[in-house]
Write a protein that binds this ligand. Structure first.
Ligand code: C2E
Ligand code: MG
Ligand code: MG
Ligand code: MG
Length: 275
């Protein structure tokens, strides 16, 4: 009996210790399979003009519904992919899906606004990034003007000079570049000025606190002023209520994105919104 109890105790302890590690291993191998088999979905979150509420674009976002793990949040699987080279394949797969969608809209004579795709630092830094983007566009018969790349400040930091030249090449294809989650990194005004970036996206953590926290109001205003000073466009992310919308409207022009307007929708609904 003593042996039995001892073993049971050991078993529990062991399970608790290895549960997280096991889940991580199983999940990352399932993710690898899903990326390889193209089992990830792409959804589209609309962006609107804050004043007219015209639809001005979409951001493509990855979704993973795993048969074994259920719906896994991007915060979990994107972080996991970013810990390995898998993020590179994932980002290219999203770009490919988006380009195929843009082409099919154009075939149906639907006017397509700019579609933004998130690109991780590792993907941007990968040798051949520019050539990959170019060939994905070409084989899907899509013009670069239809696309925007969203990069975070940290994605741009490691080798600014090298990345500026890659971004210049990408921009020569017609793509625009925006800085995602702006305000959470360490970009200085002088650094920003050197980047070939057309839009700053105010991070949702500041937008969430608008009208609640004076510091958030001040930060949002500073980012808006900074973008204006540099001739960049502004997108406010994560707009959830009318108070935030009013604050932003009064400081426009800018674009807005958030649950107040629409969550990310599937391609079918996006098509209806465009038609
Ligand atoms: P992000 O690029 O900053 O995307 C915005 C996130 O905010 C999305 O979360 C979106 O669903 C969410 N969101 C939009 N409006 C609201 C709102 O009003 N309130 C709140 N609370 N959230 C809102 P999601 O889809 O879970 O993606 C999380 C992050 O994962 C993204 O942040 C992006 O950094 C990353 N990600 C998603 N898809 C991809 C991808 O294909 N490639 C890469 N590299 N990263 C991706
Ligand atoms: Mg983004
Ligand atoms: Mg963001
Ligand atoms: Mg983010």
């Amino acid at each position: 009996a003593a042996k039995k109890a001892g073993r049971a105790t050991w078993k529990c302890y062991s399970h608790k210790m290895t549960d997280d590690a096991t889940r991580y291993l199983l999940l990352s191998s399932a993710l690898r399979e899903a990326v390889k088999n193209r089992d990830l979905q792409v959804v589209f979150q609309p962006k609107y003009d804050v004043e007219s509420l015209d639809l001005v674009g979409f951001e493509a976002l990855s979704r993973w519904h795993s048969p074994d793990f259920g719906t896994v949040s991007p915060d979990e699987f994107i972080t996991m992919a970013e810990n390995s080279a898998l993020i590179v394949d994932l980002d290219y797969a999203v770009l490919e899906t988006v380009c195929a969608q843009v082409h099919s809209w154009q075939q149906a004579s639907i006017a397509v606004p700019k579609i933004a795709v998130n690109v991780s630092g590792r993907t941007l830094q990968q040798a051949g990034f520019f050539q990959q983007v170019q060939s994905i566009l070409q084989r899907n018969h899509v013009d670069g003007h239809n696309l925007e790349l969203e990069l975070t400040e940290t994605a741009l930091l490691p080798q600014p000079e090298k990345q500026v030249s890659i971004l210049d090449q990408v921009r020569a294809l017609g793509l625009t570049i925006s800085i995602d989650d702006f305000g959470t990194g360490y970009s200085s005004l002088s650094y920003l000025q050197r980047l070939p970036v057309s839009t700053l996206k105010i991070d949702a953590s500041f937008v969430r606190e608008i009208s609640i926290n004076d510091d958030a109001d001040a930060i949002a205003e500073a980012i808006i002023a900074m973008a204006r000073a540099l001739g960049m466009g502004i997108v406010a992310e994560g707009v959830e209520n009318e108070l935030q919308a009013r604050f932003l409207r009064e400081r426009g022009p800018m674009s807005v994105q958030g649950f107040l307007y629409s969550k990310a929708v599937n391609a079918h609904t996006a098509t209806e919104m465009l038609s």
